[in-house]
Design a protein. Sequence first.
Length: 191
Amino acid sequence: MSELYSPQWNVVLYQPEIPPNTGAVGRTCVALQAKLWLVKPLGFRTDEKTLRRAGLDYWQHLNWEVADHWEHLLQQLQTPSQHIWYFSRFAERSFWDVELAPGDTFVFGCETNGLPKSITSQHPDQLLRLPTTGAVRSINLSCSVAVCLFEAQRQKLYRRHSQAADPNLNDVIAIDTVPATKFSQESGEHE
C-alpha cells in the first residue's frame, strides 16, 4: 500500500472477524494517522462492501497492510524505539497506567476470542486492559481501538503542551469539538 500519511501509531487487528468493526477501526486510524495492520486469517475479504461501507469514504485514505501471519507482522514491525502493547480483558494492568507514545503499536484480538495465549503469555509486562465495571465482559473492538488511540493522542498533546510550558490548554487539542452544554440532572436533558 502507498504511504498516504506518516503514521504516528500502529494498530494491529489479529484475525478480525466482523467487517463493520474493521471498517470503523480504519476510519479511526485515518482520523488519528495510525497505520492499520490486519493479520490473517481474516473473517472477510478486504474488498467486501460492508468493510468499505463502515469505513465510509475514508478507506481510500487509510494507510493499511495485511500480514499473512503473526510472524510476518513482527518482521514488518521491527523498530527498536517503539513499544508493543497487547490489549486483553484478562490483563491486570490498566492502559491508564502506561505512557503511550508515537511509534507505539497497539494489538487487539479478534472479536470472539481476543488474543491467543500463545501471544499474551510471551508478553506479560506489555498486556493492558481497558478498565470496565464487572457488569461488562468486554468493549466492542472498534470502540476499544478508538479509546486507545484518542488516549495516545491526548498523552502526546499533553506532553507537547507540558514541554512548551504554555498554561493555556484550550488550544492544545486539534480535534473539532461541539461546544459543551450544561446537563440537567433533574430533567435529564441538555440545557
